[in-house]
Design a binder for this molecule. Structure first.
Ligand code: TYD
Ligand code: MG
Length: 514
């Protein structure tokens, strides 16, 4: 029988190699291969043995229903955080919160810990078994720094426990007891280390072993463990893949620098949906929840019942053809999107300018550049426009990042509007997916999108032709929907003179005012 061979496993992507190399061919990481010895096989060769003779115990299979011993979810009281976690924190679960340095992870978690353990009459510092308690363990900051932040956040009255530590064995020894807190925040996992391992804190093996130790304790003692993870230059949580597998929930805290808005996004959740977001605003007194993000992301848009851009000026005449849009500039469309279960309206802004270089420039913020290339190609090929030859700047207002294909039509509307200098009517929202043929595909949640738009004062929607029996589905009575079957109809709507279709056949004609 051949001896089991050692192999080398990449600690970043788990690719296996028979020999050590300096660089993983699969993911390109340097110095990430570590030797792993396969476990000795079961003794006695390959005889036809039954399981029990190998010493295994037979499993006690059960049905899908049965008495459940899961304790109820714990609400933090920060609604946006609870929503992203699927409606509260699940006791015994481990949550990884990732994000760029300085984005506000420590702030959010200190606020969450204080919210779980609200002030009591007994004064701070007392561990009470009968009411929810929280502990915040920092390996990055000194106690005084955390206290200063707590003061700034106005949470000093909370009886939560605070400690500065980075030795995992110390932490486990202090928490492995009957009256363990309900929420334990470890900030950050990269600073934690096990003294039984040789490598420095922050290395993959330390991060993995430290997290494993803490997660095991959380499961045994039934507290919610929140690990803070740093994001590396490549945009992944350092020591990342391993951690993402080990925890139950992975949240990313993100936001554009220079914007006040912060978005908490679930990318993995064993206890809820992964497409939920929570929206916060960073103020001088910490993070403030934003319960109605639509108002935020369309702020300044005249359709949202607020102030106009203030740049009306010279294109007054050009606006004439666009009916109700006077007071609005071209190149902007409001997208009626969905973030998880919640409809969110976002303004998409585009600027199309003649290129002065050989290759047209593209600058995209908050959206996928490849998808933009596809839409310009469809506009050029199917609608006879020449958008692609220009410099294009595309921006999603408020620092939100859109991933939904339903935004295609809104992007196209902003582009055509910018190119033809015709504003999209101010009271209109746009959504729909564009196929390569130029057809507009239906998208889900039409009703929810329209309701949100109606709530914010919009009165018209440019949207795909609804499928089957949903045709003419009940919407708010005062809401006008203009189904668009082909991208050419959008161009026809915005700039009839530029339309490749010429006068449309009667049955396709849309929004005939006269
Ligand atoms: P922090 O929570 O330390 O970020 P992280 O833990 O993700 O590295 O956030 C630090 C930033 O937040 C810092 O730039 C200052 C800002 N901030 C406020 O604007 N207001 C506040 O009340 C607090 C506490 C921080
Ligand atoms: Mg921090």
């Amino acid at each position: 029988m051949a001896r089991p061979q050692a192999h080398f496993v990449c600690q970043q992507c788990a690719a296996m190699y028979p020999k050590w190399t300096g660089r993983c061919d699969s993911c390109g990481a340097w110095n990430s291969l570590i030797e792993e010895l396969p476990r000795e096989g079961p003794p006695g060769g390959i005889g036809k043995r039954t399981l029990d003779r190998r010493g295994g115990r037979s499993l006690g299979f059960v049905g899908l229903t049965g008495p459940s011993t899961l304790p109820a979810r714990r609400q933090t009281g920060i609604v946006e955080l609870d929503r992203v976690c699927g409606g509260g924190l699940v006791p015994g679960s481990a949550i990884l919160v990732g994000g760029d340095p300085g984005i506000g992870k420590s702030t959010l978690l200190l606020q969450a810990a204080a919210a779980i353990a609200p002030p009591t009459a007994d004064g701070p510092g007392e561990l009470k078994t009968q009411r929810p308690t929280a502990a915040y363990i920092t390996g990055e900051e000194a106690i005084d720094q955390v206290r200063m932040r707590a003061e700034r956040l106005g949470v000093t009255a909370s009886p939560m426990l605070l400690a500065a530590a980075s030795n995992v064995h110390d932490i486990v020894a202090s928490l492995d007891r009957e009256d363990t807190p309900d929420l334990v925040v470890v900030d950050s996992i990269q600073t934690m280390y096990l003294d039984t391992l040789d490598s420095a804190p922050g290395t993959v093996s330390q991060v993995r072993a430290a997290a494993q130790e803490l997660i095991r304790l959380a499961k045994r003692r039934g507290f919610v463990l929140v690990l803070v993870g740093h994001v590396t230059k490549e945009g992944v949580i350092a020591g990342p893949r391993v951690l993402e597998h080990m925890v139950d929930t992975v949240l990313y805290f993100e936001g554009e620098r220079g914007h006040q808005f912060r978005i908490l996004r679930a990318v993995k959740n064993r206890f809820g949906a992964t497409d939920e977001i929570g929206v916060f605003e960073m103020s001088d007194r910490g993070l403030v929840e934003v319960p109605n993000p639509s108002a935020l992301f369309t702020a300044g848009h005249p359709g949202a019942g607020q102030q106009a851009f203030g740049v009306v000026g010279a294109d007054g005449e050009k606006n004439e053809g666009a009916g109700s849009s006077s007071g609005q500039i071209s190149g902007s469309a409001v997208f009626a999107g969905m973030e998880g279960t919640r409809p969110v309206l976002v303004e998409v802004q585009a600027l199309v300018a003649p290129t002065v270089l050989g290759t047209p420039r593209r600058a995209v913020v908050g959206w996928d550049g490849t998808r933009l290339a596809m839409i310009t190609a469809v506009l050029d090929a199917r609608c006879g426009l020449s958008v692609g030859a220009n410099d294009i700047y595309l921006n999603v207002a408020g620092g939100l990042r859109i991933v939904e294909p339903a935004a295609d039509l809104a992007v196209a509307a902003a582009l055509v509007s910018a190119l033809t200098e015709t504003p999209v009517p101010a009271d209109t929202v746009v959504f729909g997916e564009i196929a390569l043929s130029g057809d507009i595909r239906p998208v889900g949640h039409t009703e929810a999108r329209l309701k949100e738009a109606a709530k914010l004062g919009f009165t018209e929607a440019w949207m795909p032709i609804p499928r089957g029996k949903k045709r003419g589905a009940a919407v708010a009575a005062e809401f006008e929907t203009a189904p668009i079957g082909h991208l050419g109809e959008l161009v026809e709507r915005l700039a009839p003179a530029r339309s490749p279709l010429g006068p449309l056949p009667r049955r396709h004609r849309i929004g005939v005012a006269s």
